[in-house]
Design a binder for this molecule. Structure first.
Ligand SMILES: NC(=O)c1ccc[n+]([C@@H]2O[C@H](COP(=O)([O-])OP(=O)(O)OC[C@H]3O[C@@H](n4cnc5c(N)ncnc54)[C@H](OP(=O)(O)O)[C@@H]3O)[C@@H](O)[C@H]2O)c1
Length: 177
């Protein structure tokens, strides 16, 4: 590894499994200190141990990012524990499929609250720290990485609400850029 991210700090949401977990491992391998955020504490602790065993630095933060206060606290704990924030990876997301007719509306709420609002809460809380990092880092840059999907570009029957959330991620990202 090139350690291109040495001296930087990243926060990855949904780091207790899948793409988020793999991203956290890769960021740490590139030299970033990584705050790993999700609800399942045991899986986060295990991930921190694995990153540390490889010589990296990581911090487990148990948080439900659909709660604005918890999202803000996760960002605050990252800055308090690791010193700064250069990279936010908004990865936590859920895909619940099925026909719209007679769909359980609570599934729609779960997707909107996590895929859209959770991502927005984390971004809002992180922005001041990211802007400060871009000002003072040698790289002169900070990053927000929002994990969308092919489903954020093409809508299909059976995934309309997931599509709506991921199209929303694209729109929010473009507005932010
Ligand atoms: N897998 C694919 O083929 C694919 C394709 C395109 C896009 N994506 C997108 O990629 C992202 C990751 O997908 P994945 O397949 O890696 O999913 P995954 O393995 O199910 O991981 C989802 C992560 O989100 C976390 N999470 C769920 N609810 C949360 C909450 N309220 N607060 C904080 N964290 C929460 C989960 O951790 P806890 O349960 O511990 O909280 C878990 O770490 C999603 O945004 C998904 O839409 C995936």
């Amino acid at each position: 590894m090139t350690q291109r991210l040495a001296g930087t700090v990243a926060l990855v949401t949904g780091a207790s499994s899948g793409i988020g977990e793999a991203t956290a491992v890769q960021l740490a391998a590139e030299g970033a200190a990584v705050a790993v955020v999700a609800r399942r504490r045991d899986r986060l602790d295990d991930l921190v141990r694995r990153i540390e065993a490889e010589g990296g630095r990581a911090l487990a933060i148990e948080s439900d990012v659909t709660d604005g206060e918890q999202a803000r606290a996760a960002v605050a704990q990252t800055v308090e524990g690791l010193g700064r924030l250069d990279t936010l990876v908004n990865n936590a997301g859920v895909m619940l499929l099925g026909p719209m007719e007679a769909a359980p509306v609570e599934e729609w709420q779960r997707m909107v609250e996590l895929n859209v609002l959770g991502l927005m809460y984390c971004t809002h809380a992180a922005l001041p720290h990211l802007l400060a990092a871009a000002e003072d880092s040698p790289r002169r840059v900070a990053d927000v990485v929002n994990i969308s999907s092919v489903a954020g570009r093409v809508a299909r029957a059976g995934s309309g609400v997931y599509n709506a959330t991921k199209f929303g991620v694209g729109a929010f990202s473009e507005g932010l850029r």
